[in-house]
Write a new protein. Structure first.
Length: 323
């Protein structure tokens, strides 16, 4: 096949036909390169996501004998309206409400805290090195180790629990059962854990976004007399808004799969359950996998348009800035 050079290694004349052949040769090489680069990720996507999720979709419409049924979906909506044997809310209702609360805390409490302390580290205020160690610590230590340490500090024999109990901050009923074993405080401990550990990983992303802001902007603001907090609200937040909106969308998608804190801190308390743990606990029981598959399908059908709507609204709030 004739390439860019003739048989005597002399360049071919630059004619329209030869230019087209050269372009087609380069184009084929680029396509082959892209195919080989994407081949492994596509295989992993098919094996580890497409096949399991397709099987889950099929299982949601089957009963224990493998026959087609909609009973799993009827059971879901029945569980939404029925209370348990003591007249209290069932675990499914707790899971939905707790997941929404967990998401709200992450967005309206954790995100502002993380953005602000990322700004403090970026502007290199006094003791910023100490703050880096303190805030990055949850990212260095594994999640399971961090949750176990947190539970040891606050269980009935933990030093923080004993200190709060001696100050009279804990009622007698809670003191007898422990913060993680009492229904009124179990989920609160999960929420406080999320606040304690949310800073590390997200701070790295926000700090990286702030470092991309041209330093001339802050120099001009300093010359004009713009204060520290005014620069944060009027300059930094608008310029890193794409990163903020991306993490908000990720947090929203995470409310359907979050189960780690509940599994370690309060696995036996339905008052602390969330959607991810509700599904996983029933999968671990192994008696009926069709029902948790149907629950996952329902939350996917509800969550996907909701996530897209939130993403659309966030893009409307702030402009996408490139610098």
């Amino acid at each position: 096949m004739e390439n860019e050079f003739s048989r005597n290694n002399q360049p071919l004349p630059l004619t329209p036909d030869n230019a087209k052949k050269r372009w087609m040769t380069r184009r084929r090489s680029e396509i082959i390169f892209v195919i080989f680069m994407l081949l492994l990720p596509l295989i992993q996507f098919a094996v580890f996501w497409l096949v399991p999720n397709f099987d889950s979709i099929v299982m949601g419409f089957r009963n224990a004998s493998g026959s087609f049924t909609l009973e799993n979906f009827r059971k879901f909506f029945t569980d939404l309206t029925q209370n348990d044997e003591l007249g209290r809310q069932n675990e499914l209702v707790y899971s939905i409400v707790n997941s929404l609360i967990y998401f709200a805390v992450n967005i309206f409490v954790c995100t502002p805290i993380v953005v602000f302390f990322s700004y403090i580290l970026y502007r290199k205020v006094p003791l910023n090195g100490v703050f880096k160690v303190v805030f990055y610590l949850p990212s260095i230590i594994g999640g399971t180790v961090m949750a176990t340490l947190y539970k040891k500090l606050l269980d009935s024999k933990g030093p923080l629990f004993q200190l709060m109990n001696s100050w009279g901050w804990i009622s007698k009923e809670v003191a007898q059962r422990g913060l993680f074993a009492h229904g009124n405080t179990a989920f609160l401990m999960v929420v406080l854990y999320s606040i304690w550990t949310c800073v590390g990983i997200n701070m790295i992303m926000f700090h990286g976004a702030m470092k991309r802001i041209p330093n001339e902007i802050f120099e001009s603001a300093d010359i004009d007399g713009v204060g520290f907090f005014k620069q944060f609200t009027d300059i930094v937040v608008p310029l890193i808004w794409p990163t903020v909106s991306t993490l908000v969308v990720f947090s929203l998608a995470g409310i359907f799969v979050t189960y780690g804190p509940v599994m370690i801190l309060a696995p036996d308390k339905k008052e602390a359950s969330m959607i991810g743990w509700f599904i996983l606990s029933r999968v671990n029981q192994g008696s009926n996998l069709n029902y948790p598959a149907a629950v996952g399908l329902i939350f996917t059908a509800v969550g996907l348009p909701f996530v897209l709507l939130v993403r659309y609204l966030l893009n409307k709030i702030g402009d996408s800035v490139e610098y």
